[in-house]
Design a protein around this ligand. Structure first.
Ligand SMILES: [Zn+2]
Ligand SMILES: [Zn+2]
Ligand SMILES: [Zn+2]
Ligand SMILES: [Zn+2]
Length: 345
């Protein structure tokens, strides 16, 4: 993740709100998009990077955001994407919500940086992206209504339990998903959003050639098959994960997840001065993946030293590279005026 500098020279990290060096107020300025230090008194702050007037996002009072807006008394650009938050009367709700908002902001900042949906043309008007952070609900008869993590028509639902590291770890082991993390979930679900809002509208033929026609495979049936029989033995030759084998939609979402993982590592390597990767839409994605996998192997060795999981699979087969290249090429696609004007139905 891209870092920044406080006016005193200290580095500012993603979630910082106060500089440990000079006690300046820190956060993300929505006017210039940067992490920045802010100067002035209580309600008279201004951004050190762009000079804009800066008001605290309303969610700062809940400890779930560190952003600043140009207008007073409002939510920041990032927090506005969330339309349903948990019931905050439960003691565990606030830290879970904070973890989800952090991961969501991390995702959105990356998508904006890369110029990917929903930050393409007028997509947020025609195919709005929204997040709902839900909990399982028990009705008066004691019946449990489970909240399912997933995407439908622009709404990404995350079950709050995913923000609980103990619960998530038990699911990670049970479902055999080594990279089950909050940011991983969000990168997967945004893959479904990108599919629905953009890929299926601008590059459908290549999508069908690479991932298959999603409407030719019954989803419920595919899911039952997957949980009954598991992935084919040779899955690793053409898929990025076992789950990707289940259905074309899941294959695409898993590919987007890995693409965003790779771009995140490349961006951090640039920020830390270890590399100078070209992350533009024109970059050669094959060469980029090769170089990033060298970093992955090194970092996974450090993780192994501490008994942690590998960062990512350390090899990606040719078929997966072709799919990653498809996702990368989406960044050069534009919405034609005709497509841009069509709203979701
Ligand atoms: Zn400072
Ligand atoms: Zn600014
Ligand atoms: Zn906010
Ligand atoms: Zn999915």
């Amino acid at each position: 993740m891209k870092t920044s500098k406080c006016r005193c020279g200290n580095r500012i990290y993603f979630n910082n709100s106060v500089c440990v060096g000079c006690q300046s107020v820190l956060g993300r300025c929505t006017s210039c998009g940067s992490l920045a230090s802010f100067q002035g008194e209580a309600e008279q702050l201004s951004c050190d990077r762009c000079g804009s007037v800066a008001h605290r996002c309303l969610n700062q009072s809940y400890g779930v955001c560190n952003s600043f807006n140009s207008s007073a008394g409002s939510l920041c650009h990032w927090c506005e994407f969330t339309t349903v938050i948990p019931d905050l009367s439960a003691p565990e709700a606030q830290p879970r919500w904070a973890a989800l908002e952090t991961a969501k902001r991390q995702l959105l900042v990356q998508l904006q940086h890369l110029g990917m949906p929903p930050f393409v043309g007028n997509l947020q008007e025609t195919h709005p992206l929204r997040f709902e952070f839900l909990e399982d609900r028990i009705d008066s008869d004691g019946k449990v209504h489970q909240a399912f993590t997933g995407h439908e028509d622009g709404v990404v639902v995350i079950n709050m339990v995913e923000a609980d590291s103990v619960q998530r770890e038990s699911l990670r082991v049970r479902l055999g998903e080594p990279q089950r993390t909050l940011i991983g979930h969000l990168r997967h679900e945004i893959g479904h959003y990108i599919d629905w809002s953009f890929a299926s509208r601008v590059a459908l033929k290549d999508y069908h050639d690479l991932f298959g026609d999603p409407f030719a495979v019954d989803y419920e049936q595919a899911m039952q098959n997957h949980y009954a029989n598991g992935a084919p033995a040779d899955w690793a030759t053409s898929f990025v994960s076992q789950y990707a084998t289940m259905h074309p939609w899941e294959d695409f979402a898993e590919t987007v997840n890995v693409y965003l993982d790779i771009m995140a590592i490349a961006s951090t390597a640039n920020d830390q001065g270890r590399a100078n990767f070209d992350l533009s839409p024109q970059a050669d994605v094959g060469g980029l993946v090769r170089e990033v996998l060298k970093i992955v192997i090194e970092a996974s060795e450090y993780n192994f030293d501490l008994g942690l999981q590998p960062l990512l699979p350390e090899k990606l087969p040719k078929a997966v590279l072709t799919k990653l290249n498809y996702v990368h090429a989406l960044r050069s696609k534009e919405l034609s005026p005709e497509i841009a004007s069509s709203h979701a139905v």
